[in-house]
Write a protein that binds this ligand. Structure first.
Ligand SMILES: CC(C)(COP(=O)(O)OP(=O)(O)OC[C@H]1O[C@@H](n2cnc3c(N)ncnc32)[C@H](O)[C@@H]1OP(=O)(O)O)[C@@H](O)C(=O)NCCC(=O)NCCS
Length: 331
């Protein structure tokens, strides 16, 4: 790709990336949330609790750091496959489109994700964004909203303000998981997969969970609920970053059948929301299979919005082999 250099973004790029974010918002007749500033982006991307991974496209002939595009992602976790990457934003300035810039940005990111041991890469696209859908389908992503019927949800921390403030603190049985809990968490991951009719889906084990969570790893954390020395529920989460600002992904929420209806699920969520608020975050992100109407009712009761049903947001997924193929096509 003549004339354009793709490189990993640095903290000093935050202001320029933010300007491109504003340009993209204007192009889409939207505005960025007021709490998102270039300082917040710099902190979320390159501060001590950084979650963002970004690459930029820079014109070779200008040495003034002019950016023609960026891709922004963060790492996270799936309880079935382990380490994962989430593409949150991709933009190329109109004058540089159809030159392969986005393709190269995606491939650089995918290479970094593969090097990091990620086994899956997800992204969300609006169903009317034909350009982006064509691009990602060409790169090997599959629309799993269509094939598996996942729905994407968002829940503002403000909608559950009272729970966030008091719910977690008032529930002594909820605490942060430690490495010693991971064998029990793994058992519950399998129970949840069985409930979701996906018994063969979990490919990881308790050892993987220990390696990837604190104190050894930083890919995810869990809150667990414990009653009489037995773990009866867990919530897996990690911070997210997008043009909506900082959020918390609720990757899994599970309470054993006998212990449902006692507020444990809400208490687990409240603890994560409290963490999110402390990080300057504003919302939960999560996906639910459309047939899981009980869970959907639980979340909607708290004020969650079904972005797939309401605004047509689709979930696209690169599986492990597609990620590797995308990288190979590049080298
Ligand atoms: C989507 C976007 C990032 C594509 O950037 P780009 O640098 O032009 O993409 P590429 O040149 O790498 O395109 C690769 C392929 O994607 C597909 N594609 C890209 N733009 C397309 C369009 N407008 N219509 C149809 N297909 C398109 C084509 O298959 C293209 O290959 P081709 O040019 O050989 O036909 C760019 O249009 C953009 O910034 N749009 C606004 C922001 C956005 O919607 N981002 C995605 C949401 S995260």
């Amino acid at each position: 790709m003549a004339g354009v250099n793709i490189r990993e973004a640095r903290k000093t790029d935050a202001k320029k990336i933010f300007e491109l974010m504003q340009q993209q918002a204007a192009e889409q007749n939207t505005v960025l949330p007021s709490h998102l500033t270039h300082e917040v982006l710099a902190e979320g991307g390159w501060g001590p609790a950084a979650v963002v991974m970004a690459f930029v496209a820079e014109r070779k002939e200008t040495h003034e750091g002019e950016l023609d595009g960026y891709i922004l992602a963060h790492r996270g976790y799936t309880p079935w496959l382990g380490r994962a990457m989430y593409i949150k934003d991709l933009y190329v300035v109109p004058a540089c489109r159809r030159l392969g810039v986005a393709t190269h940005l995606c491939r650089e990111l995918m290479q970094a994700a593969v090097n990091m041991g990620c086994n899956q890469c997800d992204l969300r696209l609006h169903k009317e964004n034909r350009a982006a859908m064509e691009l990602f389908e060409k790169l090997g992503a599959e629309n799993v909203t269509e094939s598996e019927d996942w729905h994407i949800f968002s829940l503002d921390f403000k909608s559950m303000e009272m729970e966030t403030k008091y719910g977690g603190r008032g529930h002594p049985q909820v605490r942060l998981a430690t490495s010693k809990d991971m064998a029990d968490v793994m058992v519950m991951i399998q129970e949840l997969a069985d409930y979701e009719n996906m018994s063969d889906a979990p490919q990881i084990n308790a050892h993987t969970l220990v390696t990837d969570s604190p104190p050894q790893g930083t890919f995810f954390e869990c809150f667990v609920s414990e009653i009489d020395g037995e773990l009866v529920g867990y919530a897996m989460f990690y911070p997210t970053f997008s043009r909506h600002g900082i959020g918390m992904c609720l990757e899994d929420l599970y309470v054993k059948l006998d212990h449902r209806g006692q507020g444990l699920g809400s208490a687990l969520m409240a603890q994560i929301a409290q963490r999110g608020v402390k990080l300057g975050g504003s919302h939960f992100e999560f996906v639910v299979l459309s047939w899981n109407t009980q869970s959907i009712a639980f979340y909607q009761n708290k004020g969650a919005t079904d972005l797939t049903a309401d605004t047509g947001v689709q979930l696209y997924r690169f599986v492990n082999t597609a990620m590797r193929k995308c990288v190979r096509a590049f080298t």
